[in-house]
Design a protein around this ligand. Structure first.
Ligand SMILES: *Cc1c(COP(=O)(O)O)cnc(C)c1O
Length: 473
């Protein structure tokens, strides 16, 4: 079995060369400039042109592609990338991801890959246990938290309408009882996308005011619940993208349940805060919700694409996603068909990297990883705030630090944006810009297993040195 260039079915040479390329990239990552060198436009030029008429030898293709693409790569898996909330890849989960590609399993049905089915079942149990969520919950492995929000909210839509005597899977939303959706003012943009894709719209979401840290105000949530009638979905958040704060679930959820509302928690990265007893004060009550969306490719340091949708009511979850019969309810002891819990049909066996990543960490390792990043976020905040030109805008309760720079005689918004751009340009570390309560800020997210305290110190020094130079301009 050979391709048109005479390349065998398994080209060991090509795969080994590619492994070497990957290793070189990862080994250089801690030392290279964190930002990219080339823009997307430049890459379109160097990689583009019309598709060659004749094929090219795979090894030449890979050499060309890796060499030309590299200037346009960001050091986001590296230890000093603090942009957005990214995370890197644990060695075991990265290696398992390679293996998943080589194995090329279709995790659609148990019969198409018993290993994928089993891995999903096992990882489900581990994740529910780690996060302290109801063990009877069903779990779907999706591409990211946006799709986890979508999956959970599809189950919510099914259930609240079913209780009103409406079959949304069969009859759609036209003519359905009106669903009231309540969310915090600080709900993540992807939650709104999920609502939009579900036909619930974003214009009618009742927006609940938040406090200075972005947490929903419990009294305001109760007011919103009181005025709502008919089917209600309440969306809470664990881990605000700017501040890392948690909506007060323990205070809000009991009132929502009394109302018969479905409570969903978007916990893309913050849900992992559940593993730390020291965060109980913030994460209490999250387990009372009906569904939870989280990511594995952020704080759990599994490669993309990896999100997790968790639903307490397995029947509602199944009914909203089922590939065949929407009213089919999973029987006792039934073998897991992975596609019954997600919006996709054919799909990657994305539980393999999760399985191997979690097993390599162990329970203790997950805890230590989360704890380390939280401690490093506090360290970063304290090193930066030694500078009188720095204000830390948030209570650093998790892994997020919001920084504002000011300099006598300059506008602080413009100055903060200028310093953020200069930090990115300097290249020791990378942090993104954000806006908090109308103020420009730089957001530092510590989410990588490989970040050391020395990386934090070096980055804080670099930021302060950039700041010092900016102030002199
Ligand atoms: C990142 C994030 C999401 C979206 O996750 P993706 O993996 O990018 O789809 C949703 N909610 C919150 C709070 C997030 O931080």
């Amino acid at each position: 079995m050979k391709d048109r260039h005479g390349t065998p079915f398994c080209d060991g040479g090509l795969l080994r060369e590619t492994a070497e390329k990957s290793i070189r990239w990862l080994e250089a990552l801690p030392f290279r400039r964190v930002g990219p060198w080339a823009s997307a436009e430049e890459l379109r030029k160097s990689l583009g042109g019309s598709l060659n008429e004749e094929g090219m030898n795979p090894s030449e293709v890979l050499s060309f592609f890796s060499q030309e693409a590299e200037p346009g790569l960001t050091g986001s898996p590296g230890p000093r990338y603090f942009g957005f909330v990214m995370g890197g890849a644990l060695p075991a989960s990265l290696a398992a991801d390679w293996l998943s590609s080589a194995w090329d399993q279709n995790a659609v049905l148990a019969v198409s890959s018993p290993a994928a089915s089993a891995a999903e079942d096992i990882v489900s149990e581990w994740v529910l246990d780690l996060l302290g969520l109801p063990p009877e919950s069903s779990v779907g492995f999706v591409t990211g938290c946006q799709m986890a929000n979508f999956t959970c909210l599809a189950a919510a839509r099914h259930e609240v309408l079913r209780r009103s005597g409406w079959d949304v899977e069969k009859d759609g939303l036209q003519g359905a009882p009106r669903v009231t959706v309540i969310a915090g003012e600080e709900a993540h943009a992807t939650l709104l996308v999920a609502l939009r894709m579900l036909g619930l719209g974003t214009g009618n979401v009742i927006s609940v005011p938040v406090d200075g840290q972005g947490r929903m105000v419990p009294e305001k949530a109760e007011e919103a619940l009181k005025t709502a009638s008919g089917p209600v979905i309440l969306c809470l958040q664990a881990g605000n993208v700017n501040t890392g704060s948690f909506d007060p679930c323990a205070e809000i959820i009991p009132a929502a349940r009394e109302k018969g509302a479905w409570v969903h928690v978007d916990g893309a990265f913050g849900l992992w805060g559940r593993v730390l007893p020291s965060l109980d004060h913030h994460t209490r009550g999250i387990e009372l919700a009906d569904s939870w969306a989280t990511d594995a490719h952020k704080w759990l340091n599994v490669p993309y694409d990896s999100g997790i949708a968790i639903v307490r009511n397995g029947a509602a979850h199944r009914a909203s996603m089922a590939l065949n019969a929407p009213y089919y309810i999973a029987g006792e002891g039934e073998v897991r068909d992975p596609s019954q819990w997600v919006p996709e049909s054919s799909r990657r066996a994305r539980a393999f990297p999760l399985y191997c990543g979690l097993k390599s960490l162990g329970r203790k390792g997950v805890l230590e990883m989360v704890e380390q990043n939280c401690r490093q976020a506090r360290l970063m905040a304290s090193l930066l705030s030694d500078d009188p030109m720095v204000t830390i805008l948030n209570d650093v309760v998790l892994n997020q630090v919001l920084v504002r720079f000011s300099c006598p005689g300059s506008d602080s918004d413009a100055f903060t944006r200028m310093v953020t751009a200069a930090v990115q340009e300097e290249g020791t570390c990378w942090a993104g810009g954000s806006v908090w309560k109308g103020m420009a800020a730089m957001r530092i997210s510590v989410s990588n297993w490989a970040t050391s305290d020395d990386d934090i110190t070096r980055s804080a020094d670099a930021i302060r040195s950039v700041l010092g130079k900016a102030a002199k301009r």
